[in-house]
Design a protein. Structure first.
Length: 178
């Protein structure tokens, strides 16, 4: 018998100061049986950081041909391909032939090693790579409940996240020079 995903419901009051975007989001996110809470929360943050019409969660880990998030135009063109974790350079290269824009959000303790090995190939594809700090992601994961209300305020390369159980300041850095 196959393991089933764990379902989480998020009510998010999103304020993206730089983009002038203020949204109330009601999201249902499925955590794949092999996915950690930390990875799921990075997917959620990538969604908040890239919110735009047509952006959606995909089957991700269940289908190796899809990214974690994708934004398609109304006529089916892939505008934005978003990966979470440390994908191999060949996957990023393939994505860059499919999508107009490719973004990677890495966060693991091994992200620096991955980046030192993959940097040249990934930069040659024109992908943008961002790195979250593992300690902050772990702290964010500590807030998670099956049903969770969050306030997310984004300004610059920082997100302030508030929940009933606590607050987290999340920062990230762009690793690429695209």
């Amino acid at each position: 018998m196959a393991l089933k995903p764990t379902i989480y419901k998020f009510d998010i009051a999103l304020s993206d100061i730089d983009e002038g975007r203020y949204e109330n989001l009601n999201l249902t996110v499925a955590q794949h049986p092999s996915e950690t809470i930390e990875r799921m929360m990075v997917r959620l943050m990538a969604y908040c950081l890239n919110l735009s019409e047509g952006l959606e969660f995909t089957t991700g880990l269940s289908n190796t041909e899809e990214p974690d998030l994708v934004q398609r135009s109304l006529d089916g063109i892939t505008l934005n391909w978003i990966e979470v974790g440390e994908p191999n350079a060949e996957r990023v290269r393939k994505a860059s032939t499919i999508a107009r824009q490719v973004k990677v959000y890495c966060f693991n303790t091994k992200a620096n090693v991955w980046w030192s090995q993959a940097q040249n190939e990934i930069e040659s594809c024109g992908a943008q790579v961002y790195q979250f700090q593992w300690e902050q992601i772990a702290e964010l994961a500590g807030l998670v409940e099956r049903t969770l209300s969050l306030s997310v305020t984004i300004t610059g390369m920082t997100a302030f996240i508030a929940a009933d159980s606590g607050n987290v300041e999340l920062t990230w850095a762009e690793l690429t020079n695209v």
